[in-house]
Design a protein around this ligand. Structure first.
Ligand code: NAD
Length: 259
């Protein structure tokens, strides 16, 4: 059990990558808060962990809402007395050519991905400082490192998270807090399934071509990354014992992006 006596909050943990991370953390002994706007699905995810003998609660949270993030983190600390791990994972995707994005769509993307990461960090880090232990993990993307078509605000936000990772890593290390970023390639979650027909329509190609010629074309083996792969990498950062690993980003993308 690599996370015994640890508590964690994972945003966007009602489904996809976040849910797999929450399940992995719970299997490693952590108490896990499933924070999500989709409260019904979050409750279901927490119940599934509890049914397997783990400890989990659902927390209603829109990560772009300052009061909701502060309230959710306070709820976790009240329930368990400490907060060791915060995973900023909640995210959405909107795809258009840059000139077709409305200003409202642009701001919504940055609010969820960047404001959400800042708000979670700011709410969690004082508790981590007082314990002299904390692990903050941001869900970046291969799009933290490179660009592809139709995703200007997402790419901008995911690059921005690298800056936040490094800033928090500098400030946090003397007080026992590390900050790292996980950069997945394409993972077949609802977020990606939704893009396949959208990209097919925008690019005028078939859905199969979107998968083979757009999403996976630069991977070394033509494979999707899985939610379990990303849970493994996130656990690695969460359980790492010291700040030898801080301010880092780890790409798990079947070789799509190499550096
Ligand atoms: P998903 O759609 O399966 O899960 C996202 C979760 O976030 C959902 O449960 C949703 O309800 C929640 N959410 C959305 N907006 C929210 C908000 N404002 N406040 C709180 N919760 C909110 O998507 P996923 O693929 O698991 O994505 C999770 C993270 O991984 C995102 O940050 C995404 O950008 C990143 N990512 C995904 C992929 C991929 O290929 N799927 C690749 C790289 C990075």
């Amino acid at each position: 059990m690599r996370l015994e006596n640890r508590t964690a909050i994972v945003t966007g943990a009602a489904s996809g990558i976040g849910r797999a991370i929450a399940e992995r953390f719970a299997a490693e002994g952590a108490k896990v808060a499933i924070a999500d706007v989709a409260i019904g699905a979050a409750e279901e995810a927490a119940a599934a962990i509890t049914a397997k003998g783990g400890t989990a609660i659902a927390v209603a949270m829109d990560v772009a809402d300052e009061a909701a993030v502060n309230g959710g983190v306070a709820q976790v600390v009240e329930a368990w007395g400490r907060l060791d791990i915060a995973v900023s994972n909640a995210g959405i995707q909107i795809v258009h050519p840059v000139e077709e994005f409305s200003f409202a769509e642009w701001k919504r993307m940055l609010a969820i991905h960047l404001d959400g990461a800042f708000l979670l960090t700011r709410a969690a880090i004082p508790h981590m400082y007082s314990q002299k232990h904390g692990r903050i993990i941001y869900m970046g993307s291969v799009h933290s490192k490179t660009a592809s078509l139709l995703k200007a605000p997402y790419i901008t936000a995911k690059h921005g998270l690298l800056g936040l990772t490094r800033a928090v890593a500098r400030e946090g290390a003397p007080k026992g807090v590390t900050a790292n970023l996980v950069a997945p390639g394409f993972v077949l979650t609802q977020l990606v399934r939704k893009q396949i027909p959208e990209q097919a329509a925008t690019l005028g190609i078939s859905e199969d071509e979107v998968v083979r010629k757009v999403m996976l074309k630069d991977t070394a083996d033509g494979e999707f990354t899985t939610v379990d792969d990303i849970a493994d990498v996130t656990l690695f950062f969460a359980a790492y014992p010291n700040a030898a690993l801080t301010g880092q980003s780890l790409i798990a993308s079947h070789g799509w992006h190499m550096e």
